[in-house]
Design a binder for this molecule. Structure first.
Ligand code: FES
Length: 163
């Protein structure tokens, strides 16, 4: 497992120290770590467990229970594909397949190069636009694999131009 850098470890211990005497410290600490680092590394779960007298397994259980916590760093660009019923029946599985093929990221994971995260989400409340993708916060309704492919290629080209 990759080790965290010193800054991240310090951020985690500051968070743990700040909240350890508050009620419901595990959740409060997890929120703070998620907001600060963008994900919950294993080292944070270890420190939180130690400081609150619980086990890493229990902290991990909390992390898995709440959708807002993630155990992986997010990619630079986040692609959400709605897998709610309306979107699913209109073909969002094909969008997921396209996104995996084009980015190399698996569902709810980040691509090995760290550029893309692929999130499968529940109904986004825009069923009239099904199937819906959201790329970096931009909603794309009536999305097709072709449209998604073009959007991903655009991001890749912009990234390559910056490199
Ligand atoms: S099911 Fe996708 S927006 Fe509602």
């Amino acid at each position: 497992m990759e080790r965290l850098n010193g800054d991240s470890l310090k951020a985690i211990s500051d968070i743990v120290n700040r909240h350890k005497d508050e009620p419901g410290p595990v959740i409060v600490m997890l929120h703070d770590v998620q907001d600060t680092l963008g994900y919950i590394p294993f080292e944070a779960m270890e420190q939180i467990a130690k400081a609150t007298g619980t086990s890493v397994a229990e902290v991990y259980g909390v992390v898995c229970f709440y959708a807002q916590f993630t155990t992986e760093p997010k990619g630079k660009h986040v692609i959400n594909v709605c897998l709610g019923t309306a979107c699913y029946v209109k073909g969002s599985q094909a969008l997921i397949d396209e996104a995996i093929a084009e980015t190399g990221a698996q569902i709810n994971k980040t691509s090995p190069d760290g550029v893309f995260s692929l999130d499968a989400t529940r109904c986004l409340g825009a069923c009239g636009l099904a199937p819906v993708c959201v790329i970096d916060g931009r909603v794309i309704g009536s999305c097709t694999p072709k449209v998604l492919n073009a959007e991903i290629k655009k991001i890749k080209a912009a990234e390559a131009a910056m490199a």
